[in-house]
Design a protein. Structure first.
Length: 134
């Protein structure tokens, strides 16, 4: 199903995964653009999935709005939310906020700032959840 012009799917098509399992993520957007993806773990930790937080490069969809990546299931276990944003312009503010909090739970003011920034991208956001266990 398309949400806000975007669709995300997991392969294998499941909502439950075990530690060490590999999840392929497929994203379909109505338009091509810059891709930003992150995981909100069950303990509140935010992990930037794409672009690589140690890199200055950013990834883009192909011309038809398709994008593929993958993750491995690691602790902490529980309910995770995967979010992807496709932006027509380079998402400087969003990436700056995500890189600043990568690998930890944001404090209340950081979370407020991130939510405001995400609200500006709500037309180009896809979210999907899964549950992980050891």
């Amino acid at each position: 199903q398309m949400t806000n012009g975007m669709q995300m799917s997991f392969l294998p098509n499941s909502k439950q995964f075990l530690s060490g399992e590999h999840i392929a993520i497929k994203l379909s957007a109505r338009n091509s653009g810059y891709v930003t993806g992150f995981d909100l773990a069950s303990d509140g930790t935010i992990s930037l999935l794409t672009p690589d937080p140690s890199s200055t490069s950013i990834r883009r969809t192909d011309r038809s709005g398709q994008f593929e990546t993958s993750i491995d299931v690691t602790p902490p276990f529980g309910a995770d939310q995967i979010l992807f944003i496709v932006s027509q312009s380079y998402p400087v503010e969003l990436l700056s906020e995500l890189k600043r909090i990568h690998g930890r739970a944001p404090n209340p003011s950081e979370l407020d700032a991130l939510l405001v920034t995400l609200s500006r991208h709500s037309d180009n956001l896809a979210m999907k959840s899964f549950y992980s266990s050891p």
